[in-house]
Design a protein around this ligand. Structure first.
Ligand SMILES: C[S@@+](CC[C@H](N)C(=O)[O-])C[C@H]1O[C@@H](n2cnc3c(N)ncnc32)[C@H](O)[C@@H]1O
Length: 225
């Protein structure tokens, strides 16, 4: 953490640390889906070294501009940024050794499209290393609808874990390994539900948050193309 520029740390909005379990090697090419302020771009850039490449994709120009500042401050020259939607990646077929993503795919309406795209851009044998938010059971429809009103709070779009992992396997990924599961505490839920900040995402009703305590998890997993 000491080697990360303070701006990148301040902008970090992840729910895990995909570079810690992506098994990145020197010289590899890595794509970070929804790179935000760029913390994982910097961690990945250090791991793959000068002979490797890291490509950050995000659809928010404001986040890409902040990521550009953070990468510049880090001194890394092996990181590139591309505007784009992760449902339709601006990357060629089969060029990536690894695809990472940190707390983004829960926000995307068409999760199947994201995994189809990840499969397309990975070389055979390449891997995904993902941190994401899921639920342990189906949420009651009215509650789900209310969470969808503050979509950026990561609860409106989070899928139930079993169907979510099933969808990824149905896309063609194998060797699924769950690295960690963490049930969010009430404090973590409150913080996440107001991500990226209370000015932007108002707090859900206290009784709505209380209703999901124990049912929302951050998971980390790896799978192979
Ligand atoms: C919760 S933040 C996580 C950012 C970063 N991965 C991190 O760990 O700090 C979600 C990021 O995903 C981006 N995002 C959300 N949906 C996206 C989509 N469909 N295509 C591209 N980027 C998306 C947002 O702009 C934002 O930067």
């Amino acid at each position: 953490m000491a080697s990360i520029p303070p701006l990148a740390l301040a902008l970090s909005r992840g729910c895990g640390n995909p570079t810690s379990f992506a098994r990145l090697q020197e010289g590899e090419t890595v794509a970070d889906l929804g790179c935000g302020g760029g913390i994982d771009l910097i961690l990945a850039g250090r791991r793959v070294g000068p002979g490797g490449r890291v490509l950050g994709v995000d659809f928010a120009p404001e986040m890409l501009e902040r990521a550009r500042l953070c990468v510049e401050e880090s001194g890394l020259e092996n990181v590139e940024l591309a505007p784009g939607n992760v449902e339709s990646l601006p990357l060629p077929n089969g060029g990536a050794d690894a695809v990472i993503s940190n707390c983004v795919i829960n926000l995307v309406p068409d999760k199947e499209a994201v995994y189809r795209e990840a499969f397309r851009v990975l070389r055979p044998g390449g891997r995904i290393a993902i941190s994401d938010i899921v639920t342990s059971c189906q949420l009651e429809p009215d509650l789900r609808t209310r969470f969808q009103g503050t979509w950026a709070g990561c609860l409106g779009g989070a899928m139930e874990e079993g169907p979510y992992l099933g969808l990824i396997q149905a896309t063609g990924f194998g060797d699924m390994e769950i690295i960690a599961r963490h049930v969010l505490s009430p404090e973590e839920l409150q913080g996440m539900a107001q991500c990226p900040g209370s000015d932007f995402t108002p707090s859900p009703l206290p009784e709505d948050l209380a209703a999901v305590v124990g049912k929302v998890l951050s998971i980390k997993f790896r799978a192979t193309r």
